[in-house]
Design a protein around this ligand. Structure first.
Ligand code: SF4
Length: 228
């Protein structure tokens, strides 16, 4: 039998990432719990980069209050009004452009919901052709619509690198590929959310290594960082 010490670096990283996902699973984001429509899910994800879940929700709720007519009202609204509604989430100028583009695209048809049944690569390219939508936002929208992918956000990427799953200079596609090799299609959405939760609560930019359940396996463990 092979003990933990006998495992190679990569195998230890795989074991650690699996353990993290097991321990941190079960906290769906608010937009899944509240059952938003595909269009509003896409808007939420476009607003999500580099903000907290709380501020993301606040920004989307403000949009919903100011534009209860959804895509039509958003498409017709001045950009400044959209920026004002989502200002709280940060990076509001580029996010407002993405939200407006999504609304215009939704109106042109066939709309966000149709991407659930579309070819994955075509759907990704369609979304990425809209202003303000890159790999990560496109992939999270497609994952939310049921495609079996594991998008990489800033937290997911940081955890994968620190555990030694991928090299420090790995790009989006390499990290995503490494994680998708580990998790079965039906596990990927839960793994995405669990790794984000772990990255926000434990393996932060300034990591809380002394509270980390996989510290013994982590090549990036820091002994100089004290929990607050
Ligand atoms: S030991 Fe520290 S750096 Fe490694 S995964 Fe845990 S929190 Fe992150």
């Amino acid at each position: 039998m092979t003990g933990r010490k006998g495992l190679g670096k990569k195998a230890r990283a795989v074991q650690a990432v699996r353990k993290i996902v097991k321990l941190f699973s079960g906290r769906d984001p608010w937009w899944r719990r509240e059952g938003l429509s595909p269009f509003w899910v896409a808007v939420t994800i476009a607003v999500s980069p580099r903000t907290t879940a709380k501020l993301e929700r606040e920004a989307v709720k403000r949009l919903m209050e100011r534009f209860p007519g959804g895509a039509k009202e958003i498409a017709e609204a001045p950009l400044e009004d959209l920026e004002d509604a989502i200002r709280v989430s940060g990076m509001y100028r580029s996010k407002a452009r993405a939200v407006k583009a999504l609304a215009e695209w939704e109106l042109e048809g066939p709309g966000v919901a149709s991407l659930a049944d579309a070819d994955l690569e075509e759907a990704r390219e369609t979304l990425k052709s809209l202003p303000g939508i890159g790999d990560k936002v496109a992939d999270v929208i497609l994952m939310a619509l049921g495609h079996s992918i594991l998008p990489v956000d800033v937290h997911v990427g940081r955890v994968a690198k620190r555990l030694g799953l991928v090299p420090e200079n790995a790009g989006y596609a390499e990290i995503k590929g490494a994680l998708e090799d580990i998790f079965q299609p039906e596990e990927r959405m839960a793994a995405h959310f669990a790794l984000i939760d772990f990255g926000r609560r434990v393996c932060r930019a300034r990591p809380l290594c002394d509270r980390c359940p996989v510290a013994e396996s982590c090549p990036s463990r820091r002994s100089d960082v004290q929990s607050r």
